[in-house]
Write a protein that binds this ligand. Structure first.
Ligand SMILES: *[C@@H]1O[C@H](CO)[C@@H](O)[C@H](O)[C@H]1NC(C)=O
Ligand SMILES: *[C@@H]1O[C@H](CO)[C@@H](O)[C@H](O)[C@H]1NC(C)=O
Ligand SMILES: *[C@@H]1O[C@H](CO)[C@@H](O)[C@H](O)[C@H]1NC(C)=O
Ligand SMILES: *[C@@H]1O[C@H](CO)[C@@H](O)[C@H](O)[C@H]1NC(C)=O
Ligand SMILES: *[C@@H]1O[C@H](CO)[C@@H](O)[C@H](O)[C@H]1NC(C)=O
Length: 506
């Protein structure tokens, strides 16, 4: 078993290492390396026993290292944000140079088609693509779409090598390059931070979380490496069968040595019909595993709890009564309803259920408003990853729910802005007050009135107060029209995320 692992590992190196002196595939001109206080890791291939030294615009930037088993690896001194630098690796009389390298924060962008959704596909696409020239210090990179049954040492290919952004690169074809959410997140961060941002896109449409998870992460949730996604997924128009871990192997594992600041993620649609109930385990487990693996492989440079932002699922079918979307939205938060939470520390969430786009030419599962998605993510990053303490980044969430005679008083953790709705809140009623119908079910709980931070909902559709056993909000595939859900933060910017909770009987 152990011997097999070693053989597979050596075969992996042979596949990429030909004794030629070079950097690993994802180091390139125009790249961004992680700035101080973290130290960037650089690695590559070369003939055994050679001594490699790295220079940063002429200055030695780390002690010389030896090539071992065809691979060299250097951890640079900490470098403040800025640049450009030339990064030169020298051994004997050979040298290889990366030019126009900046130091800043490096973010990984992962997920399925809503992350792959390109800048040319969004609303106001031409304005967005024209912005590229204003952000020469936001650099973009994208791994090509590859699968593997074993962990790859290096990427098998690049879709976009490190580049200064241009309209052509941002609009390189539908679902091709470059990710709108990733790009807009990067340019919004740049506007606040004013130093270089490196974006690493590694995502693939129609993929379940299991494909991006290591066998180790899956085992935590009782899954083994052989599970396969059936072809009949709802997203089959953009999905094939997926074997567990194949994208972890080919599109994440090779990146582990790169020092990162954080990651953002937009995925979950494929899991509405595949291992849906496990998602509250598989998603947090993948985050933990990525964190551990990036931390270890970078020699401790990438934080062991690096910030991880994600987009809560948007919408799919307006009239749908299927609960796959609300369930996965909930499971994306490990069933807490908000992020960060006790299970998912140092995470942040962009709510998107109010950004539905029924007329999207790319299918209603692909809403075109990615500006608001990226903006909400950027607020989460500023608060959680960059410590802007007073910045609001979460919509209202209830901190108490009191059942009274004819109503429930839902008190939120912040001031709210509310519009009337007859059915966005629902109560679970053990005995419904309707002729001939005493079955327990969810029934609408109309909003009666609201205060600065509370909402009163009616319980009169239930036969008695004692029979009110649960309360939920926005629990459907398509809860509201564009930016018109009934509960937002007081300034109307951040939607209250959906929740469901049991109520104690009285
Ligand atoms: C990097 O190298 C190029 C080509 O050798 C040179 O023109 C440029 O001035 C160098 N830049 C820096 C910052 O050293
Ligand atoms: C480097 O040196 C070796 C011998 O020591 C020689 O064969 C080779 O041509 C040299 N390469 C360059 C790029 O000068
Ligand atoms: C990371 O660097 C080490 C060398 O320290 C190398 O053995 C390994 O193959 C590199 N890649 C990954 C994915 O660990
Ligand atoms: C598109 O541009 C219009 C006009 O500037 C603006 O009102 C609208 O909010 C933009 N849409 C998005 C999704 O940003
Ligand atoms: C609802 O509860 C909050 C505090 O929990 C309270 O301030 C508010 O007055 C209550 N509303 C009503 C109508 O009882």
């Amino acid at each position: 078993m152990r011997l097999t692992a070693i053989c597979v590992y050596l075969l992996g190196i042979l596949r990429f290492s030909d004794g030629e002196f070079r950097f690993a595939s994802y180091y390139g001109d125009h790249m961004v390396l992680q700035k101080a206080p973290e130290r960037a890791v650089l690695w590559g291939f070369g003939p055994d026993d050679a001594k490699v030294t790295i220079y940063l615009s002429g200055q030695a930037a780390a002690p010389a290292v030896s090539v071992f088993a065809g691979i060299w690896r250097v951890t640079l001194v900490p470098v403040q944000a800025g640049g450009p630098y030339n990064v030169t690796a020298v051994f004997q009389n050979q040298s290889i140079t990366l030019t126009d390298v900046l130091f800043g924060d490096v973010w990984l962008c992962g997920g399925q088609s809503n992350m792959a959704f390109t800048t040319s596909q969004v609303f106001n696409a031409s304005e967005e693509m024209a912005l590229a020239s204003e952000f020469p210090h936001v650099r973009i990179f994208m791994a090509s779409l590859e699968q593997s049954h074993t962990e790859l040492i290096d990427l098998a290919g690049l879709e976009v090598p490190w580049s200064v952004p241009t309209g052509e690169l941002l609009g390189g074809g539908d679902f091709k390059h470059y990710s709108a959410v990733c790009w807009m997140f990067g340019r919004l961060l740049y506007k606040t931070l004013r130093y270089p941002i490196g974006l690493v896109e590694s995502c693939w449409g129609g993929t379940p979380v299991e494909a991006w998870s290591s066998p180790r992460a899956l085992r935590n949730c009782g899954l083994d490496r052989t599970n396969k996604l059936p072809m009949s997924s709802i997203t089959s128009m953009i999905s094939a069968g997926w074997t567990n871990s194949v994208l972890w192997n080919a599109m994440i594992y090779p990146l582990l040595n790169m020092t990162l600041k954080g990651a953002i993620w937009y995925q979950g649609e494929s899991n509405t019909e595949y291992n849906q109930k496990k998602y509250s385990c598989t998603f947090p487990s993948m985050i933990d595993d990525w964190r551990m693996a990036f931390h270890q492989s970078s020699g401790g440079q990438t934080a062991v709890d690096f910030p991880f932002g994600f987009v809560q699922l948007s919408t799919y079918i307006k009239s749908s009564v299927y609960d796959g979307f609300p369930n996965v939205r909930w499971h994306q938060t490990a069933d807490y309803g908000f992020a960060p939470n006790l299970r998912m520390k140092n995470t942040f969430m962009a709510v998107a259920m109010d950004l539905g786009d029924e007329m999207s030419p790319y299918g209603s599962i692909h809403p075109r408003d990615k500006q608001d998605v990226a903006y909400r993510l950027s607020l989460g990053a500023r608060a959680v990853a960059y410590g802007e303490k007073s910045l609001a980044f979460q919509g209202p969430f209830p901190n108490s729910v009191l059942v009274n005679d004819n109503h429930i008083n839902v008190t939120y953790d912040q001031r709210v802005s509310v519009t009337q709705s007859q059915d966005i809140f629902e109560i679970f009623c053990l005995m419904v007050k309707a002729p001939g119908d005493s079955l327990s079910s969810w029934v609408p709980a109309p909003i009666l009135q609201w205060g600065l931070s509370s909402v009163l909902v009616s319980t009169t559709k239930c036969s008695s107060r004692d029979n009110v056993a649960g309360l939920r909000y926005a629990w459907r595939d398509w809860p509201c029209d564009l930016k018109a859900c009934p509960v937002y933060s007081a300034d109307g910017v951040l939607p209250a995320p959906p929740f469901t909770q049991p109520l104690a009987r009285h």
